[in-house]
Design a protein around this ligand. Structure first.
Ligand code: NDP
Length: 292
């Protein structure tokens, strides 16, 4: 058996088209398009690429994009002042602060200062709490992307056994909560989990968010399971630097029913979910019901 490859780029493109139609509809009704503000502190090259991509994707669907690039020695006060200005700016529906911030800045205080209604990264404690309580809010982008890919691949997820490997606040925990809300039976595994192989082998859905190259072995995967690989790891292979996921793709793709590649799986969905969240925030802020 060979797994079907879940094409994250194609899914993200489809989502982008639907978002563009809703952006045009909103701009027609409300007069102004949704606006996304992205804040970058410092000159980390990878972060700069992410910020540029986010701005380009926002503009690509017809949104307004506001990019704020601050020097690496920006003070906490200056950053908090900018967040307050963006909170008060009516043209801004979504605020994203690119993480990680330089070490002298308090990331949690910055996230906490963002208006939860504009927290399109879904990291504000209020949005995290709403997710845990089963209330509507803004859901962080990578977990939302995982859920969209799973729904598109499996349809109704109700009753399926899922394992999420990794329990970070950014990925693992919210993925587990989303799957629980879909009526999956969820195992949330981490570095102290015993006999991970046996637990993975029992799962219909495997979401790997560990940050260790190919640590989830292909031989563990249950035949026909759906595998979502969140990991992005750069490794040297045959003298070349390549990206691999947290799942041993070569072997897993012979057993799984469907699997995401790395790159080209969860990554493209993450950025489009940021744009999706900005659209959701824009509709809610204007008191309109969010298009489905
Ligand atoms: P973190 O480092 O914050 O969390 C890693 C988690 O994996 C922890 O919960 C840790 O457990 C668990 N873990 C570590 N080793 C093992 C092990 N041997 N067995 C089981 N669990 C283990 O990482 P993130 O959640 O932020 O990211 C995970 C991966 O996803 C990374 O590769 C990252 O680059 C990628 N990523 C990709 C995105 C995308 O858009 N595609 C977006 C965000 C992240 P414990 O809690 O016990 O320490």
């Amino acid at each position: 058996m060979t797994a079907s490859i879940i094409d994250g780029k194609a899914h993200a493109a489809g989502l982008g088209e639907r978002i563009a139609a809703s952006v045009a509809a909103l701009a027609g009704t409300a007069g102004t398009p949704p606006g996304l503000a992205v804040v970058l502190v410092g000159e980390d090259p990878a972060s700069a690429v992410y910020v540029r991509n986010k701005g380009r994707t926002a503009r690509g669907v017809g949104m307004a994009s506001f990019e704020h690039v601050l020097p690496a020695d920006t003070t906490q006060d200056a950053l908090m002042k900018l967040i307050a200005e963006l909170n008060a700016d009516d043209a801004v529906d979504g605020i994203l602060v690119q993480l990680p911030l330089p070490a002298h800045l308090d990331s949690l205080a910055v996230i906490d200062a963002i208006d939860p209604a504009k927290d399109v990264d879904g990291l504000h404690p209020l949005n995290a709490g709403r997710l845990a309580s089963g209330l509507p809010g803004l859901v962080s982008c990578t977990p939302l992307g995982c859920l969209m890919l799973l729904r598109a691949t499996r349809g109704d997820l109700s009753g399926l056994d899922a394992i999420v490997v990794g329990r970070s606040i950014l990925v693992g925990k919210p993925v587990a909560q989303l799957l629980l809300a879909e009526n999956c039976t969820v195992t949330l595994a981490h570095s102290r989990t015993r006999d991970l192989a046996r637990k993975v082998a029992a799962a219909d859905i495997v979401v790997a968010a560990v940050g260790q190259p190919e640590m989830v072995k292909g031989a563990w995967i249950k035949p026909g399971a759906t595998v979502i690989d969140v990991g992005i790891n750069r490794v040297e292979r045959d003298g070349e630097s390549v990206l691999v996921g947290d799942v041993e793709f070569g072997v897993a793709s012979r057993t799984a029913g469907a699997i995401t590649p790395v790159p080209g799986g969860v990554g493209p969905m993450t950025i489009m979910c940021l744009i999706h969240n900005t659209l959701v925030a824009a509709y809610r802020r204007r008191g309109l019901s969010v298009p489905r």
